[in-house]
Write a protein that binds this ligand. Structure first.
Ligand SMILES: Nc1nc2c(ncn2[C@@H]2O[C@H](COP(=O)(O)OP(=O)(O)OP(=O)(O)O)[C@@H](O)[C@H]2O)c(=O)[nH]1
Ligand SMILES: [Mg+2]
Length: 245
């Protein structure tokens, strides 16, 4: 509990046996956290069993994809505040408090991994990924008149349950470019959003998305296409006198 609010943590997990138990233990040890949910996305390793043994609630999502896994976790979470993170060792459990510090005043508190001072040695956030994340985030910021944004791909973030109720039905992305859709929908619904710096560490276990530059570029291109599509669609709707969505 955090100031009388229940707090859920959601981990999407696809073959994360290398660190899922440690991550579940670390986040469960944070006094404010009430439940840790691991969304097992057809893992072929011991992810589900290890997560369960470490005290997490495990739910299985059959539709493969990072976005499908996160959407399932958002639906399953019982908390008033829902925090998304990853069980791969990249995020620090104590940073939950940084997100919670803003949860009273903001509907969506986004982490950013592009603050140099908080990028740990060996973290997968070299020049290419850092500038790429920054550039796509700035595109989103400028096109939608958002708050200062510097990372389009940071899983670690907090959303209030009431805010999720307003945007959740609009989710369409099941793949790796889900995160900007969440932010675009939040901006179109005029939710209060802030982005704050969090720690970013080296990964434990095999990378599935941004480990390869080719995959990272493909995800980046999908994110840009998604942002442009939403912008054009909402301008067109506005032109026809319809409510912006
Ligand atoms: N790519 C991918 N990730 C999934 C899927 N289902 C769940 N995930 C989880 O989504 C998270 C993001 O994937 P990562 O491989 O960590 O990708 P990343 O965070 O961009 O990059 P690194 O942490 O540097 O590897 C991890 O916790 C995965 O286990 C899926 O179908 N595909
Ligand atoms: Mg990761």
């Amino acid at each position: 509990m955090w100031q009388d609010k229940r707090v859920s943590v959601v981990f999407p997990a696809y073959n994360e046996a290398a660190n899922v138990a440690r991550a579940a233990e670390d986040f469960r040890a944070v006094a404010a956290v009430d439940e840790v949910i691991v969304v097992d996305n057809n893992s072929r390793d011991a992810t589900a069993a290890l997560a369960r043994a470490a005290g997490a609630r495990v739910v299985s999502e059959g539709r493969q994809g990072y976005g499908h896994a996160l959407q399932r976790g958002l639906r399953e979470a019982q908390g008033d505040y829902i925090i998304l993170a990853e069980p791969d060792g990249t995020f620090v459990a104590g940073d939950v408090f940084k997100l919670l510090a803003y949860a009273d005043e903001f509907d969506l508190v986004l982490g950013t991994r592009t603050t140099r001072e908080l990028i740990w040695d060996q973290a997968n956030m070299g020049w290419f990924l850092r500038v790429g994340n920054l550039a796509v985030a700035k595109l989103l910021q400028v096109l939608f008149g958002g708050p200062s944004l510097s990372d389009c791909g940071c899983t670690m973030r907090l959303i209030r349950r009431d805010a999720l109720g307003r945007i959740g039905r609009g989710f369409t992305v099941g793949g790796s470019h889900f995160l900007p859709e969440m932010v675009v929908l939040a901006l179109l619904h005029r939710l209060r959003i802030i982005e704050i710096p969090i720690n970013y560490r080296a990964r434990v276990g095999d990378s599935k998305i941004t480990g390869s530059q080719v995959t990272a570029l493909k995800v980046g291109a999908r994110m840009i296409a998604l942002i442009l599509q939403y912008r054009l669609r909402s301008w067109r709707r506005r032109g026809r006198g319809l409510r912006a969505r």
